[in-house]
Ligand binder design. Structure first.
Ligand SMILES: Cc1ncc(COP(=O)(O)O)c(C=O)c1O
Length: 476
């Protein structure tokens, strides 16, 4: 940074920015930003690449730019669903903000129009919306609705699931509570095996993994009943994301829903990560299970507002009526405000206008095909799985034993960052490379990232002395 651009204010070195570039530039030099963050931001708020964090000052489409103007290809920000700072969304929000922003106790056309448009994307049965502000708020409300429905209390969740950061959701998020050595599991929460056909309890070679995993849920229900408990809900992400980009076998949700409903509970589909056309073939990821499957409650978040904090719970009339009958009013200061509604409407319009769902299907297929070719070359790649622009690449040190290649996955992420590509690794072993880019991701972006991954894996395998021929012959 040129010192002409700096002046000292107290201890902080401040970058002096001319008006014409003020919007895109930094206020502090990077070191000051780091120091102030350390001083004032809670230390458990982790930052990407903590050894050398990125300072991103603007973004557009699938690209982010640091303070020096360096461009980064964004393969991870599914929140910027229709592209970072999409002008239609920005304008919709700004125009509404100039006119009015208030709470939903007043009639407003954008709120009802938005509810109507969102509902049109869902099966008819899911017709009642509650607008809230984050994925966590949506899931917390979903649990309240489920518990109020029949007065039941027990909840079944999946191994490695993450549903949000508030207390009620940490309780049903093994991804989080298992990080605590002295974690005491809430006695009303029961964890079912993750329906992961690559690494899970029943794998692709099982004759019927969907029924086997669903029967495990049934066993949990039976045990809860034996102890006098009653099932309020089964909750699952339609595709597990933090859990390692897991795609449940088709038919699993239908069978689980049958067991859960028989027990008087409801099925909650968490679409916070995967909704809004990302999976390409369908608008919602739960629809991958088949037309015959409809959840009782669907929660939405992240992509719904393209970065604006908003979210939604959609449910059936029966569940909403039961919630009403408690006699307690539901009020949410910001949920469904005119600005959020305007932004939500703009996001839906852009998805349609730019055929982003169709695009996700086409480029997503291209991405998985290109990655499959890498799998033929690289012994470190154990599995490629994906739907549309939701893709996981699981790295293993041994394709037979499935030994997680955790350090190697981290190495890939760090090396990609050096080459200005942002990707992350997740799953219980942090060995699954997670692709969930803005939906405007292009074929050229795929060619670039796959070429770089190819190069990094070649180097890593050379260093590890790994050869595909050895692995195919049964050794590693
Ligand atoms: C599947 C899922 N549900 C819920 C949440 C919580 O959303 P938020 O961080 O907006 O509260 C997340 C966040 O990562 C998530 O991945």
């Amino acid at each position: 940074m040129d010192w002409k651009w700096m002046r000292l204010i107290g201890e902080a070195r401040v970058v002096v920015v001319p008006d014409n570039i003020r919007m895109s530039a930094e206020i502090f030099d990077k070191k000051t930003t780091i120091d102030l963050r350390k001083k004032h931001i809670g230390p458990s708020c982790k930052i990407f690449f903590s050894d050398d964090p990125l300072k991103i000052v603007r973004a557009k489409g699938q690209y982010m730019y640091d303070e020096k103007g360096q461009r980064y290809l964004d393969c991870i920000n599914n929140v910027a669903h229709v592209g970072h700072c999409h002008s239609d969304v920005v304008q919709a929000g700004a125009q509404q903000m100039q006119l009015l922003n208030t709470n939903s106790r007043f009639l407003h056309d954008k709120l009802v129009l938005y509810a109507q448009r969102l509902q049109a994307k869902l099966p008819d049965k899911l017709s009642v919306c509650y607008f809230v502000n984050s994925g966590s708020e949506a899931n917390d409300l979903a649990l309240r609705l489920a518990k109020q429905f029949r007065g039941h209390k027990d909840v079944i969740t999946l191994e490695n699931a993450y549903h949000g950061h508030v207390s009620s959701l940490i309780d049903i998020s093994p991804y989080k509570f298992q990080q605590l050595s002295d974690a005491e599991q809430n006695p009303f929460v029961h964890v079912a095996p993750s329906p992961d056909v690559y690494r899970g309890k029943y794998r692709a070679n099982h004759p019927d993994p969907a029924s086997a995993y669903a029967n495990d849920v049934k066993d949990i229900i039976d045990k809860v009943h034996e102890k006098g408990g009653k099932i309020a809900a089964f909750i699952a992400e339609s595709l597990q994301s933090c859990g390692g980009q897991v795609i449940p076998p088709v038919g699993y949700f239908q069978q689980v829903a049958e067991h859960v409903r028989k027990a008087g509970g409801v099925f909650i589909a968490d679409e916070v990560q995967v909704g809004f056309g990302r999976v390409g073939t369908h608008f919602w990821a739960f629809q991958l299970q088949g037309e015959d499957f409809v959840p009782d409650i669907v929660t939405m978040g992240k992509p719904i507002g393209n970065g604006h904090p908003m979210s939604c719970v959609v449910t059936t009339k029966e569940v909403a009526q039961a919630f009403m009958s408690s006699g307690m009013e539901y009020f949410n200061t910001f949920g469904g405000n005119p600005v959020s509604s305007a932004i939500g409407l703009a996001v839906l319009e852009v998805i349609e206008k730019e055929d982003l769902q169709g695009h996700a299907l086409r480029v997503g297929r291209y991405l998985t095909n290109q990655l499959e070719k890498q799998k033929e070359k690289h012994p470190l790649i154990g599995d490629i799985r994906g739907c549309g622009l939701f893709v996981g690449v699981e790295l293993v040190r041994d394709r037979l034993k499935l030994t997680p290649a955790t350090a190697e996955a981290q190495e890939v992420i760090y090396k990609l960052k050096e080459q200005h590509i942002l990707l992350s690794a997740d799953g219980p072993h942090r060995n699954v490379l997670k692709f969930k880019p803005p939906m405007c991701f292009a074929k050229e972006d795929i060619d670039l990232v796959v070429e770089k991954i190819d190069h990094i894996l070649t180097e890593l395998e050379k260093a590890l002395g790994m050869k595909l021929a050895n692995i195919l012959n049964g050794g590693n």
